[in-house]
Design a protein. Structure first.
Lengths: 234, 49
């Protein structure tokens, strides 16, 4: 029953991604100043939104791990698995943002990169979470989860700075799509629909791989606990 | 199609293709990790005597 539900969810997600791609490439009208290259926006912005959400999940998992690690070991392990899954899948989406952005920038600005506040803070965010993943991959010992949780909390502090960067500072990056004043927002209904479908589709895809990553990490924890117990028994 | 439109199209296709390559590459890596873990779990399972 569980396998069937996962299969149905995965099939719906794939259908959504196909529909969202069709909307972005063929239904949404061409933007007047940026022309076709503006369609990158339909992948770039939803990826950024999903990355921010998953870094927030990582933050919640890190906080919960620190809260439960002394009293409720099983809850702490589950929280740690959410923190790792959120950080790792968040890095995947953030990588998409950092690659699709410069591809758009090369056509729109004539340059691949500029040290503007939005771009720089996003790169710093990516580097913090990559260092989080490297810490988890290469460090050993009983304190790794605690150190990673602290790093995960500090990393998440960069998310609101990234979000607000093009409001607080003068940047080359385009103005906020939503919540950036009376001029912000997508005016064309077909463009808004294409954007909405892509947000829904990438969120559904992200949740699917987040759940898979969480499951893999929980299996890993159980395997490690079993190996430790076997070593003690031997 | 003029030169600008061709370049715009190529950049858009590149951005979409790279997005898919990253996402599918990650899922493939995760699937391999999951399979290896299942194999390890099966190997470590105590045998019934």
């Amino acid at each position: 029953m569980k396998k069937l539900a996962i299969g149905i969810y995965a099939a719906i997600t794939v259908a959504l991604l196909g529909w969202a791609f069709y909307q972005a490439m063929y239904v949404a009208p061409e933007e007047q100043t940026m022309h076709e290259v503006q369609r990158i926006f339909y992948y770039h912005v939803p990826s950024a939104m999903v990355a921010f959400l998953f870094f927030a999940i990582s933050l919640a998992g890190s906080v919960a791990f620190l809260a439960f690690r002394r009293g409720r070991a099983e809850w702490a392990q589950a929280a740690d698995a959410w923190a790792l899954a959120g950080a790792e899948v968040g890095v995947v989406f953030c990588t998409v943002v950092l690659i699709t952005g410069p591809i758009w920038g090369r056509r729109a600005w004539g340059i691949w990169w500029t040290w503007d506040a939005r771009l720089t803070t996003t790169l710093v965010l990516w580097l913090i979470y990559v260092s989080y993943l490297l810490l988890r991959r290469f460090a050993a010992g009983p304190q790794v989860q605690t150190l990673a949780a602290v790093l995960g909390i500090f990393g998440a502090l960069d998310v609101p700075i990234v979000y607000m960067s093009n409001r607080w500072w003068r940047t080359q990056h385009p103005a906020p799509v939503f919540g950036g004043g009376p001029e912000s927002g997508i005016k064309d209904p077909a463009m808004l629909a294409a954007f909405g479908w892509n947000v829904v589709a990438w969120l559904a895809w992200g949740l699917l791989i987040l759940a898979l990553r969480y499951h893999v990490e929980r299996q890993h924890q159980k395997l490690a606990a079993q190996e430790a117990q076997d070593a003690l028994d031997a | 199609m003029d030169q600008r439109a061709i370049l715009d199209h190529q950049f858009t296709v590149a951005a979409y293709a790279i997005t898919w390559a990253i996402q599918l590459g990650y899922v493939a890596w995760l699937a391999l990790k999951w399979r290896a873990q299942k194999r390890d779990a099966a190997r470590n399972r105590p045998t019934v005597r």
